[in-house]
Structures are given as C-alpha cells and as structure tokens.
Design a protein around this ligand. Sequence first.
Ligand SMILES: Nc1ncnc2c1ncn2[C@@H]1O[C@H](COP(=O)(O)OP(=O)(O)O)[C@@H](O)[C@H]1O
Ligand SMILES: [Mg+2]
Length: 252
Amino acid sequence: MPNPAPIIEARALTRSFGGFIAVNNVNLSVTPGTIHAMIGPNGAGKSTLFNLLTKFLQPSSGNIFFKNQDITLTAPADIARLGLVRSFQISSVFPHLTAHENVRVALQARERDTFSFWKSNRKLRRFNEEAMALLDSVGLADRAQSKASELSYGRKRALELATTLALEPEVLLLDEPMAGMGTEDIGRTAALIRRVGKGRTILMVEHNLGVVADLSDKITVLRRGEIIAEGTYEEVSSDSEVRKAYMGGTHG
Ligand SMILES: Nc1ncnc2c1ncn2[C@@H]1O[C@H](COP(=O)(O)OP(=O)(O)O)[C@@H](O)[C@H]1O
Ligand SMILES: [Mg+2]
C-alpha cells in the first residue's frame, strides 16, 4: 500500500542562533493517524524543532506543510484553528477555576462567538455536558468540581489535555508530556495519550524511552540538529549511530 500523504511535513528545515545551527536541514514526514516521537540526546535540537513546527520559532530556512498547505509563515493561533494544536505548555489552566470550569472556558473559546455573553441556556447546557464528557475522557470525571490548583501534578496535565481536546485538534503536539511525573502518573498519562491518539495524529518530544517505545509508531532520532535515524523503536534502538549518540552522553 502506498504511504498516505503526510499530515505534517518539514522540508529542509533549518534554524540557527547566531552562528550556531540548532536544526540543520531536517526533512520530517508525519503520517496521519500515527503517534510519532522525536528523541535524541540533550542539545540535539528537539525543542527547537518542536518550536519550529508549532510556529513558536521562525525557521532560518526551509518550509513546513500541514496537509500540503505551506504554513511556514502562519501564526500559531491560525494553525491552531487549522487543527494543529500544541498542548501542555500553551493551554493554560486557570488555578482558581474548577476542572469543569476550565474545560468549559476552553469550549467557549473555541466558539469565538462575539456575542458569547448572550449565549442561550441551551447552549450553556451543551457546554456543561461537553465539558463533563471531556473530563471523563481524561479520567477526571470524579474531580470535576475540584479547583485546578488542588489537583495533583499528573491530573493537572490531564486537565490541560482536556482543555486542548476542547479545541478538537486533528494533530496534537506534545512537548515532553511526562516531564516531572512520577511512575504512577506516567503510566496513566501514557494510557491517556494512547486513548486520545485514536483517530488523531500525535507528534511528541519525550525523554522517557520506555514511554516512547510503548507509544510510538515511528521515532525520529536527532543529534546535533540532524536526523540520524528513523523508524520503529526496534529499528532505531538497534541502530549503531543511535547507540553511539546515547552512549556516555546525557539523555536529558
Ligand atoms: N534561543 C537560543 N539561543 C541560542 N542557542 C539556542 C537557543 N535555543 C536553543 N539553542 C541551542 O540549540 C541547541 C539545541 O537546543 P534544543 O533544541 O533545546 O535541544 P534539545 O531540546 O534536544 O535538548 C543547543 O545547543 C542549545 O544551546
Ligand atoms: Mg529540549
């Protein structure tokens, strides 16, 4: 079967800071419906590449395509509206609101309705129900009335994910979703990512190789700004260049 057209594509993407090339001529294709991870030793350029793909940084050269549309010059807010949404860092959770209120705010933001003040009761009721369903989907139904500030770290991130899902993303971009989590939260979050990945595309940067092995359909390995290997976990973990890159170096 021929490969489906990539949903995200980077062509010859390059970014330098002063004279230093952090991302060097990267060609990346993300297949729709897959969970795709970017890994690599500390300083490899993962965050820079992620920020380029989410438009938080402008490339020095090269192009980014979303469904064949060139989004190299598109603003982050506009790509979010196209269905390419970055979670865990952009989606701010309001600490003083309850989990349910946080998701409802996100749902209302999606509507971008100038006259939202005048929303009908019916519409508000629909938001309430939808917010509850989203909380349920991330395992927070029993925490709906808890203030966000009172949630555990892992649950806060689940709530962030719920507010991101409220935007109905087709592609979810996750920057180190497991960062700072303990074992229990990692297990729960991995299961959650797998669940929300159904029918969506997920592109993530993640340090936890166990999680990467467990979740990813495809893995891109970066070192010093360049792709050194790509494939399944079995493929990249047996690659000699990858082994070299990880040996002795920091995994950070
Ligand atoms: N804003 C910046 N200014 C200067 N150098 C940067 C900047 N951002 C990243 N770098 C450099 O680019 C390289 C790649 O960084 P980064 O993308 O954060 O790597 P990773 O996320 O893989 O650890 C590093 O050497 C880093 O010091
Ligand atoms: Mg980083």
